[in-house]
Write a protein that binds this ligand. Structure first.
Ligand code: F6R
Length: 610
């Protein structure tokens, strides 16, 4: 995730910016840069790769000055490169901008600017912002920023400098976090508290639609419409480690809580303004090519494969094309039938998983077209695929994948709808209905997260069992598999996921008094059947937790021991909600057993061996 740091004060800014960026390294990044007012004017140095590369460039030629902005970039628009790194500037080189977030309408804005004679150095959406501000500048940087911001749609946290007003630093927040640090004769901006904690513990937290104008002496706070506001100073009493985790005890819990934002970010700019259709403008595959597809193979590992299991149902239901989902390490060796009419979808958070990459290459060798769903722009999978849908979950640090999985689900929903739209398999009204329901998911996830304490209690009550089961039918079965994997990997409790109707063909022998069974019962048309399977396990002494839809509690209560209700959505979308209590369950089970939640034994975040 991109990081922002800015400084205006009496000390040299370069070391403060670099130190601040280092404190944000844990968020992940692929390039970095700083802009400083020097005696020569606004000077920018940037470099792809680690911060050490940037430091290397600056060591021979330091930027001397007491006002500056810095940035670590996590690519979203355009690959990681020197040119795409921030800060960006305009053609006059008098304005400089660092930006976190995504400008949805940047292509439109860029086109207008190009027609007016502007030249661009990068593929980024951010560069458009520096040009826009330059166009709007009439002697007051604050007004210019306000005017530019009004033209932008999307999410942004900005730090802006202009050579015309070297004693002001402007900060804006809109759907991307930004804080202001208050020191004696010096002020700071940062995307996250750790970046400035060494210098000050007194901060203003900007809300969406607010901006700040920083000078050495003070901070003016206002809305982006220009109305002045006042705010209480927030005193941070966290240590650095707590600050890195945003106040959460672990990265995993932080990432679970980041899911509403990950959903919105992954949808942003991919749904038409009237909300009636999907617009995946990043895809180069044509309508004609999509129409020629006669089968889809989804290939991935672990949690990403589980997202693929949901993806199979999504594509089959929406587009009526047959889909097979495979474990990547098996795919190549089963001699799959791949033809030029096969679309192979590879799913990978890291984009570097060796088995997934090998499957991608096998698919291409056999003439298939490959679509990648990945979280990392510029990763091997993203580079080698024909088309890429980037999930905008931001970097995932905890080994156990949570927000990457749910963002992959969102990507499947979007792609499934895109296919349906192109093939004409669903009518416009239905597509609009699914999209409207998707827009409600972030708020519905928030409602589940607010009940974390309830799940914590359940987790503590099951954590000392040696083994447990997850059961469900249809999409509930796909989610059960993810719930079971999550529990195993961080709590080390043995668990199995079973298609609810399959238990009686053998595994039922393992059910005895007190064995916990987590039953997902969110697919209404399968509810009765699942309830019969629950009766089978209850008759053998199982202790059943039911994950159900709000409104179904009364009907299901008598069949289970404990209930957890999730907000109601369309059956196809329930995995994006029902997995959240399961993530929390494994988190709290691991916590209560005293395990290292973020770094479970024997596992690595990126698996680059076959
Ligand atoms: C489990 C988990 C793994 C990964 C798998 C694939 O929480 O994170 O199962 O999903 O190793 O990794 P990516 O998605 O990076 O290809």
């Amino acid at each position: 995730m991109c990081g922002i740091v800015g400084y205006i004060g009496h000390r040299q800014s370069q070391p403060i910016l670099l130190e601040g960026l280092k404190k944000l390294e844990y968020r992940g990044y692929d390039s970095a840069g700083i802009a400083v007012f020097t005696e020569q004017g606004l000077e920018i140095t940037k470099s792809v790769g680690r911060l050490a590369n940037l430091e290397g460039r600056l060591s021979g030629d330091p930027l001397k000055g007491t006002v500056g902005i810095g940035h670590t970039r996590w690519a979203t628009h355009g690959k990681p490169s020197d040119a795409n790194s921030h800060p960006h500037t305009d053609n006059s080189m008098k304005f400089s901008v660092v930006h976190n977030g995504i400008i949805e309408n940047y292509l439109e804005l860029k086109e207008e600017l190009v027609q007016a004679g502007h030249r661009f150095q990068s593929e980024t959406d951010t560069e458009v912002i520096s040009h826009l501000i330059a166009v709007e500048y009439e002697g007051d940087i604050v007004k210019a920023v306000q005017k530019a911001v009004r033209k932008m749609r999307g999410a942004f946290a900005l730090g802006v400098l202009t050579e015309h007003e070297p004693d002001r630093l402007v900060a804006v927040r809109y759907a991307s976090p930004l804080i202001i640090g208050i020191g004696e004769g010096e002020k700071f901006i940062a995307s996250d508290i750790p970046a400035i904690l060494e210098h000050t513990r007194d901060i203003y937290i900007l809300n969406d639609g607010e901006m700040a104008v920083l000078t050495r002496e003070g901070v003016e706070l206002m809305t982006i419409e220009g109305n002045f506001i006042s705010k209480d100073v927030f005193h941070v009493d966290w240590d650095l480690m707590t600050a890195e985790k945003g106040g959460f005890d672990h990265f995993m819990l932080k990432e679970i809580h980041e899911q509403p934002k990950a959903y919105s970010d992954t949808m942003r700019g991919r749904v038409s303004e009237d909300g009636r259709s999907v617009a995946l403008s990043e895809l180069s595959i044509t309508a004609e090519q999509l129409r020629s597809i006669d089968r889809v193979h989804i290939v991935a590992c672990g949690t990403a494969m589980h997202a693929g299991l949901v993806g199979k149902t999504v594509i089959e239901q929406l587009a009526r094309i047959p889909v097979e989902t495979d474990v990547a390490s098996e795919y190549r060796y089963r001699s799959p039938i791949i033809t030029p009419r096969t679309l192979v979808i590879v799913v990978s958070q890291s984009g570097e998983t060796a088995d997934t990459l090998a499957a991608l290459r096998e698919a291409k060798r056999n003439g298939a077209r490959v679509l990648a769903i990945t979280n990392v722009v510029g990763s091997s999978v993203a580079r080698e695929a024909d088309d890429v849908i980037i999930t905008l979950a931001g970097p995932e640090i905890a080994v156990a994948s949570t927000k990457a999985y749910t963002s992959q689900l969102i990507a499947f929903y979007l792609f499934g709808l895109h296919l349906a739209q192109t093939l004409g398999t669903q009518d416009e009204a239905y597509i609009a209905r699914v999209l409207a329901a998707m827009q409600s998911l972030p708020e519905q996830v928030e409602r589940i997260l607010a009940q974390g304490e309830v799940i914590k209690e359940v987790a503590e009550s099951i954590a000392h069992n040696r083994s447990l089961f997850f059961i469900g039918r249809g999409l509930d079965y796909a989610v059960a598999m993810e719930g079971s994997l999550k529990l195993k990997e961080i709590s080390y409790i043995h668990s199995e996921a079973y298609a609810a109707g399959e238990l009686k063909h053998g595994t039922l022998a393992l059910i005895e008094e007190g064995v916990p069974v987590i039953a997902l019962i969110t697919q209404e048309e399968l509810q009765e059947k699942t309830l019969s399977n629950i009766k089978e396990v209850k008759a053998r002494g199982a202790d059943v937790l039911g994950i159900v839809n709000e409104g179904a509690e009364a009907e299901i209560a008598k069949s289970v021991d404990t209930l957890f209700a999730i907000p109601r959505t369309l059956p196809l979308l329930t995995p994006a909600l029902s997995v959240i209590p399961l993530q929390l369950l494994s988190y709290y089970a691991s916590l209560s057993l005293g395990h290292d939640v973020d770094k479970p034994r024997n596992l690595a975040k990126s698996v680059t061996v076959e």
